[in-house]
Design a protein around this ligand. Sequence first.
Ligand code: NDP
Length: 292
Amino acid sequence: HIETRLIDGKAFAAGLRARIGAEVAALGAAHPGFKPGLAVVLVGSDPASEVYVRNKAAQTVEAGMASFEHKLPADTREEDLLALVRALNADPAVNGILVQLPLPAQIDAMKVLAAIDPEKDVDGFHVINAGRLAVGLDALVPCTPLGCVMLLKHHLGSLSGLKAVVVGRSNIVGKPVAQLLLKEDCTVTIAHSRTRDLPGECRHADILIAAVGRPEMIRGDWIKPGATVIDVGINRVPREDGKTRLVGDVAFAEAQGIAGLITPVPGGVGPMTIACLLANTLTAAKRQAGIA
Ligand code: NDP
């Protein structure tokens, strides 16, 4: 029997935000006028996105950075959103630009992401940053994958030689987290909806990353005893009392006594995303100001 330990992403994220806030304050003192700025653009009024954007703004200000919120109506035309992105690209007070996804159907998200200055692309979704990550150059790295790898390194130390299985191949989570694990010298397998014998693949993993978007799809007996499990999934499911609750992509109760370490949902990977967004904004601001 294995004692399964929790990875407390909420506490780690709070510590990371505090370290970022301290660095922002120190750099502001050493370089008068230095104040990182993050612009967040929300099109439409998706309730989940609104909560997320509000939290981002609050935590940005708490870290001593400037927050610029742009809320546009759901029927915004693509050319008007592109014009806003170009204005933010040109604004020296804005060091990071984030366009909240998903975008309404009349707007081509790839076109909007491509219009963001790669130096200000704090979500790391621009092809320039994806490409730089792939070839091993300095890049702005997508926030959720960055958060996953920070938690792993904090708990495991070196990841070199470990076998990592990533379930999911999206541009937002699966592919970039696989790239980061490769950079840490893991042996990486990327699994997806066409993978044969997914349970068998998962059972090889020292590190299992679940980024699927299917509630509790990964069962306890898919987990290698002692493995570290990072559950990126955020799924809202009905409760018996008619309300809803959040669950991950991993059957959390079944993983107890099998996994060595596991992130809970909520309170695992989720809080790391905004903390890493702030980290990216600080990185972008330093580069734009020529501070190493
Ligand atoms: P996508 O829907 O873009 O990608 C899901 C991936 O899972 C796809 O690659 C898909 O494969 C794969 N998949 C789907 N069904 C299966 C299956 N039955 N077996 C194996 N693989 C399967 O999702 P995202 O990557 O954007 O997000 C994944 C999850 O992470 C979601 O729950 C999302 O809410 C959550 N999330 C959490 C964040 C946070 O913590 N802050 C941030 C971003 C996402 P294929 O490519 O073959 O279709």
